[in-house]
Design a protein around this ligand. Structure first.
Ligand code: SF4
Length: 664
């Protein structure tokens, strides 16, 4: 159990952590006590970010794991099949139920050549994201192989797999190799490395598969690492890939501010010892070459193990010399927990970071912050230069003496020469006997609320649903259930529901959080409008565009609409985890049989869903649109429910089915 999302990055790690412990005391105590009661290990606040901690402690070659976060896939760097799922899926598995998944396709990425100079593993995934886009990996496992794969570090592989979530991939993985054995040994797991070595031929693809990948993979992409350029992806989407040599042109064409205000490195990805050591090799050059760092610079270590080790090895001192701030070992700015001074002014500005995601408002809540994703090395160079268009391969910088100087390419150590060290990793082992541990949730708590079972389906077609919102364009789980300051209400469904869909753009007025209340004709916020429908006992429907629900596996994005009385979400296409989350909560997750029918939805529509009494796997449903002018039309909706999932819908949610099963 982890609690890495609740520490606000503001001043520096110690102050920020202490403040978080004070403010979130109730929640941390709750998590600690339920961990003790149910035999679960608890990683305390400040211990690190789950995926880095998992890579350091739990992941192993050939294993399969599901985790309740889309970046669970990080463990593919240690040769796992690690898949991000919704919380309900994980609860089911912990309760002994099976977990199911549409059989994924296989995408093979053959890496030839070798990384060199300024390129790093991050550039591989930035390039792949540019090729496949945010949807291209949907329902696919991406397997990397070839000489370029085996020559890369284990943590570099983790970075590639981690950001595979940004192409919608079910997961990404690498075959077992020596880099994984080295990482296992250096993190105190020699016995796992020994066991893996004994069966190593079973922990990677067969030679004939890698020799003839076209025969075995559904799609094959080849990337020559020797020719790969450093990339910058963004703004606002992680798949808008620009090689650094083309950034001058792209920035001018798109009117992107070229002054870099802040460079941020770290997060659950790209905070390995190797990443930080390569970034520090650039920071060292600031003093050596008489430079001055132009942008602000921050470091978010992925774990206390890494933080302690890089402090021991003097890296944090070097960063301090360029004016860097070290934030707590937690998600911080990557999840919007960044109290960035001046963000409330909403000025257009540019930041560069080595995180995974760069959706609007993601880091600092400012919709006008343009965030570009790059390797930690490139982020460091751009922060030193203060210029988005600086190409360290070809360009020079003017130092304090007015001389033109060039940055030497980054260099670093894959693993610490003196080994990893840590004083207190932040782990709390479960109590020997948890039976006497008391779990308390105050009835007037603002942060914690016990859940109640959702009502079962009424057994009849859904009629007269009000259109709550027709979302236009990108609608990620960040748009459906924003992070940042809202995260403090994650344990309180009713309170966090006040952020429901507030980031989605209303098709009819191009505004966020402004929809028509059909009962009054007035425009109001999405949550307040939906609460009015709920109070009147009227169901509603949400309409969405392509890849609805991409991004975080955030279960609240499904629980909030369910809690507030939305009955149906109908979209052009879904992101996998969100679609499952909706099903698990007993909602109807439908797709337009004809995507053009999205255009038929009008603002004052009342909508019926017909065919539910014979709801069957593979059979489409009729959707009747009653327009304000009295006309109506019928369109078709497809769905991907299997018979088990239809039972969830009928029972009002998967948990209700489990509960009924347990009481038999
Ligand atoms: S919020 Fe960012 S750092 Fe935290 S787990 Fe997600 S991607 Fe990683």
């Amino acid at each position: 159990m982890h609690c890495d999302h609740l520490i606000v990055a503001k001043d520096e790690s110690k102050t920020d952590l202490q403040k978080a412990i004070t403010e979130n005391d109730e929640v941390y105590n709750f998590l600690s006590s339920i961990s003790n009661k149910y035999g679960i290990g608890f990683w305390k606040p400040g211990a690190g970010i789950i995926h880095q901690v998992v890579l350091e402690n739990y992941a192993f070659p050939g294993g399969m794991m599901i985790g309740t976060d889309s970046h669970t896939v990080n463990a593919g760097g240690l040769g796992m099949i690690a898949i991000g799922v919704g919380g309900a899926d994980a609860c089911d598995v912990m309760a002994g139920l099976s977990w199911e998944l549409l059989m994924p396709k296989l995408i093979g990425v053959k890496l030839t050549g070798k990384l060199n100079g300024w390129t790093s593993p991050k550039d591989v995934i930035l390039k792949v994201a540019g090729i496949l886009t945010v949807k291209g990996g949907t329902n696919a496992i991406v397997e990397y192989f070839g000489e370029g794969a085996t020559s890369m570090s284990c943590t570099g592989k983790g970075t590639i797999c981690n950001m595979g979530a940004e192409i919608g991939a079910t997961t990404s993985t690498f075959g077992y190799d020596e880099s994984m054995a080295r990482y296992l040994r250096s993190t105190g797991r020699s016995e796992v490395a020994d066991a893996a070595d004994q069966v190593k031929s079973y922990l990677t693809g067969d030679p004939e598969v890698y020799a003839n990948p076209e025969k075995y993979f559904d799609k094959v992409i080849e990337i020559n690492l020797s020719e790969l350029e450093p990339h910058l992806n963004g703004p606002f989407t992680p798949d808008l890939a620009t090689p650094i040599s083309q950034m001058k042109e792209a920035a001018a064409k798109n009117n992107w501010p070229t002054k870099v205000e802040v460079g941020l490195i770290g997060s659950c990805t790209n905070s390995s010892y190797e990443d930080i050591s390569r970034a520090v090799s650039l920071a060292k050059q600031v003093a050596e070459k008489g430079l001055k760092t132009k942008a602000e610079f921050t470091i978010t270590p992925g774990s206390e193990l890494v933080r302690y080790t890089i402090e021991r090895d003097g890296f944090l001192d070097t960063f301090a010399q360029i004016g860097a701030t070290v934030f707590a070992n937690a998600c911080g700015p990557c999840i919007g927990m960044w109290d960035r001074m001046g963000a409330e002014k909403q000025e257009k500005n540019t930041i560069v970071h080595s995180f995974n995601r760069n959706f609007a408002k993601r880091a600092d809540g400012n919709p006008n912050t343009l965030a570009f994703v790059a390797s930690p090395e490139l982020v460091t160079a751009l922060a030193i230069a203060g210029d988005l268009t600086f190409n360290p391969i070809t360009d020079t910088l003017t130092n304090e003496k007015g001389e033109q100087v060039k940055l030497d390419p980054p260099s670093g150590d894959e693993l610490p020469k003196k080994g990893f060290s840590v004083e207190d990793a932040g782990y709390q082992a479960p109590a020997e006997d948890g039976s006497k541990v008391q779990i308390n949730v105050k009835s007037d708590s603002k942060r914690l609320q016990l859940l109640y079972p959702f009502a079962a389906w009424e057994g009849i077609d859904l009629k007269g649903l009000k259109l709550l919102i027709k979302a236009k364009g990108k609608c990620t789980t960040d748009h459906i259930s924003m992070a940042g300051p809202w995260l403090k209400f994650r344990g309180h469904l009713d309170n966090i529901s006040n952020n429901m869909l507030i980031g989605a753009v209303n098709f009819f007025n191009d505004k966020t959080d402004s929809v028509k209340n059909q009962l009054t004709g007035e425009y109001g916020t999405v949550p307040s409008t939906q609460r009015a429908y709920k109070a009147a006992n009227i169901g509603s429907i949400v309409i969405g565009d392509e890849n609805y629900g991409e991004g975080s596996s955030r279960e609240h994005a499904a629980m909030e609409p369910r809690h507030l009385g939305v009955r149906v979400v109908m979209v052009k296409s879904f992101a996998r985890i969100h679609e499952t989350n909706l099903k698990k909560q007993g909602m109807l997750a439908l797709t337009f049989a004809n995507k053009e029918d999205y255009n038929k939805i009008q603002e004052d529509d009342n909508i019926d869903i017909l065919g539910l009494t014979s709801f069957t796997s593979g059979k489409s449903l009729d959707v009747v649109l009653h327009h304000k002018d009295g006309s109506s039309e019928t369109i078709q909706a497809n769905h991907s429910y299997n018979e088990q999932q239809i039972e969830w819908f009928k029972a009002g949610g998967a948990l209700n089915v489990i509960r009924a099963g347990m009481s038999k």
